[in-house]
Design a protein. Structure first.
Length: 108
């Protein structure tokens, strides 16, 4: 999947529209060490025609990693997405129906 740099900037400049395009909530995993460990972020309520739908996400997808780093908190998500803006490519590991998929986004 390739996204033009201008497309990325347009969506980032209209952050309310981007945030309104889908809902993401932490997906918790229970372990003995940490009963509320975040395992990723589940995507749902994707608006038809939104950028989230256009790049191929489906309701129920769980974003586990961004550029190899685990999404274990909202602070991590914000930091990693900020870092990703300067990179020519981003890779996301997504769990869909029990299968791990890799989404690769290239800026043109």
């Amino acid at each position: 999947m390739e996204l033009a740099a201008g497309t990325v900037q347009r969506y980032l400049q209209d952050l309310p529209a981007l945030l309104d395009s889908a809902f993401a909530e932490p997906r918790y995993r229970t372990t003995d060490e940490d009963p509320r460990s975040i395992d990723g972020f589940e995507i749902g309520r994707i608006r038809e025609g939104s950028v989230v739908e256009q790049v191929g996400f489906k309701d129920g997808d769980v974003i586990l990693r961004l550029n190899g780093q685990k999404l274990d908190s909202l602070a991590t998500v914000i930091r990693l997405f900020g870092e990703t803006l300067t990179l020519p490519q981003a890779k996301m590991t997504v769990l869909r129906n029990g299968e791990r998929l890799t989404f690769v986004f290239n800026k043109k």
